[in-house]
Each structure stands twice: as C-alpha cells, then as structure tokens.
Design a protein around this ligand. Structure first.
Ligand code: NAP
Length: 336
C-alpha cells in the first residue's frame, strides 16, 4: 500500500492532541516525514513525539517555504490560525502538493469563495477537515430520517452552552484573542454544528440571527441565536453561547415522533421507541482515512470538499450580517 509522505505544518493543540493521535494509528497509510511551526522549538517537540511514539524522526524545517521546496512530502497537514488557511493552501498547491487543512475554510465568505474557485482549477486535492461530517451519530440520524422513523421532519432545536473560562486552552491562543475570522468562536467552533446539521438535514436556505458579546475575554461576539430553514422546509433554531455553561439540548421533531440526542444515546420516540447507543470512535482517524482514499483511489472529495466547508462558514456570516433579517445563503455566497 502506498504511504503518503506527510508534512505537519503548525504544531499547536490540534496537531498534537487531535491529528497526531489519529495519524499514529494510520502508519500503514501516512508517514510523517517533515514538520514545521512558527516556533522551531515547537516543531522539534513534535518531531520528538513522533520519534518516541513511532520510531522514525521527521525532519524539522525552519520555515514553511523550506518544507515546500524540500520535495520530501506528497501532502501537507495544516493546523494553523484560521487567517493562514487560504494563503498556506494555495502555496502548497503551487508546489504541487495535496493539502488537508483544519476547518473553517477561511476567515470569511469572500476569501473562502476564492479558495473554492482555486480548488476547481487544480488536480491537487484540497481537503478541508471537518470531523463532524464523519461522526456516526449524525450519519445515523440522517439514515433514520430517510427511513421515515419520525415521519416528516419539521423542526430541529439545538442549544449549546459551551461556557469557556479564561483558562481554557483555546481561549489562551493569541490568534483567538484578536480574531481575524468572522464572529470569533461562533464560526471557529460553530462550523462543526452546521456541518452536522447539514449531514442530517441537508442544505440551509436562509438564516436570521442575533449576536451578543457576553464576556470580554473571548475575542468577539460569543452568543448567537438563529432561526433558519433548510431547503426541504424543515425549520431550525440553533442557539450557542461560548460564555455561558450548561446542558446541551438537541431534538428533531417530526409529524410522527422525535429524535433526541443525548451524550450517550440517540433516543427515538413516537412512531418507533428505541435507544441507540453511540459508538466510541475517533472522527479524526476517519477523516484521515477518507483523505487517504481520496488521494489513492478514484473516490471523489465529498466530505472534505471546500464548497461544503464554505456553506458551513457562510451560515455564520449570514447570521451575523442578518441583524434579525432573513439572509439567503446562496445569494450571500454569489454576491460576495
Ligand atoms: P494553536 O494551538 O494556536 O496552533 C496553531 C499553530 O500554528 C501553532 O503551533 C503556531 O506555531 C502555528 N503557526 C502560527 N503561525 C505560523 C506560521 N506562520 N507558520 C507555521 N506555523 C505557524 O491553534 P489550534 O487550536 O491548534 O487550531 C489550529 C486549527 O485547528 C484551527 O483552524 C482550528 O479551527 C482547528 N481546530 C480544530 C479542532 C477540531 O475539533 N476539528 C479543534 C481545535 C482546533 P507555534 O506554536 O510554533 O508558535
């Protein structure tokens, strides 16, 4: 089996805590041969971690440019401050390399759209990593909805009270304290939720939202409440606070029943009464497996498609710009 020679770019939280644990399970598919980060010491620490865990030592490069020119990698794995995603992706493709890059696609719809257009003009794979698209629970709920388990779905309600304090490791990253990406944590964390909603219920037609800033340490607005409608006519309410901590609530109501999602179960009631346990899974591993298949087989890049990632981000720009009015998402993308 062909191994993809991977260069790790950015050695922060996501690289160390999310990507490396997945990649160390996939040594038949990926070989980490190169590493770079803004701070050389962080790249060296990462190389040491790879060496101690896997027994092979990747080369540490002083800069991204040097890594790109080294001819040692087939693909780069970007886990960077969001504002670097688009320029770094373009640079990799211009050096004839494939890219897997952490979500969100970019800081705003305009630059994200430029990347989507760029991605259509290259045969290199640009894979925007959105691990929620790979999660069992959302794909299972989509299946249940398609099977008619609750009749015709009519409403989805998702409230998240994430509540991050000043000591939170993400809050402490400097690029999140002065965010260049729209809505700060709202888009950074929120693209996951919209990706999940779209896995379950399809594309969103319009959104109307209201934002607030509750704390002074989360960089930007930190509360959003939205009303929106899927193309199928299902109506939704998605409300999220990164300031206030509390219990998450998720429910889809249909003409013949309900689906509730709890931390451990999918709870079906009405037409069918059933509790479906959630399985333990590493969605980052699934994401890298999918990226590998896209690189090495004829599999199309659906789950990491930049156009899909753009739709997730556009929800937030639309909601923030809406100021309570309806904003059509496709029109927003078209006119950006
Ligand atoms: P982070 O801890 O701040 O890591 C960012 C890394 O980028 C740092 O290691 C930093 O370098 C490096 N960097 C900054 N400028 C650079 C440059 N010019 N050249 C090379 N490296 C540079 O942030 P994070 O939390 O890992 O987030 C990174 C990305 O992952 C974001 O897109 C975020 O949305 C995503 N993410 C996704 C998830 C998920 O659940 N899927 C979770 C967390 C984050 P130094 O440390 O060397 O100075």
């Amino acid at each position: 089996m062909k191994k993809i020679r991977l260069g790790i770019v950015g050695c922060g939280i996501a690289a160390r805590e999310l990507h490396f644990p997945a990649l160390k399970e996939l040594t038949d598919k990926f070989e980490i041969v190169a590493v770079t980060s803004r701070t050389r010491e962080h790249a060296e620490d990462f190389a040491k971690l790879v060496s101690e865990t896997l027994g092979s030592t990747p080369q540490v490069f002083n800069s991204y440019e040097e890594l790109l020119l080294s001819k040692q990698v087939d693909a780069v794995d970007l886990t960077l401050p969001i504002e670097l995603n688009v320029p770094f992706i373009k640079q990799a493709v211009e050096h004839d390399l494939h890219v897997i890059c952490e979500k969100p696609i970019s800081t705003d719809v305009k630059s994200g759209k430029e990347l989507v257009e760029f991605s259509l003009q290259t045969n290199k794979v640009i894979y925007i990593a959105e691990n929620y698209r790979h999660a069992f629970k959302y794909n299972k709920i989509r299946e249940l909805l398609h099977e008619g388990a609750i009749g015709q779905p009519i409403f989805v309600d998702w409230h998240l009270w994430i509540g991050m304090d000043k000591e939170n490791k993400y809050v402490k990253t400097t690029w999140r304290q002065i965010p260049k990406h729209i809505g700060g944590f709202l888009s950074d964390g929120g693209v996951h939720h919209i990706a999940a909603l779209r896995v379950m219920l399809g594309d969103i037609e319009w959104v109307s939202g209201q934002v607030k800033r509750i704390t002074d340490y989360l960089g930007d607005v930190d509360f959003l409440s939205t009303l929106f409608e899927f193309k199928t006519g299902v109506v939704g309410n998605y409300t999220v606070s990164y300031a206030v901590k509390g219990e998450e609530y998720f429910e889809i109501v249909g003409t013949e029943g309900k689906i509730r999602l709890t931390p451990n179960l999918i709870v079906l009631s009405g037409k069918v009464d059933e509790d479906i346990p959630l399985i333990q899974e590493n969605t980052f591993k699934k994401e890298f497996e999918d990226f590998y298949e896209v690189l090495t087989t004829e599999k199309p890049n659906i789950l990491g498609n930049p156009a899909e990632a753009l739709k997730d981000l556009a929800f937030f720009e639309a909601a923030i710009k809406s100021k309570g009015e309806k904003v059509e998402i496709e029109r927003l993308i078209k006119e950006a």
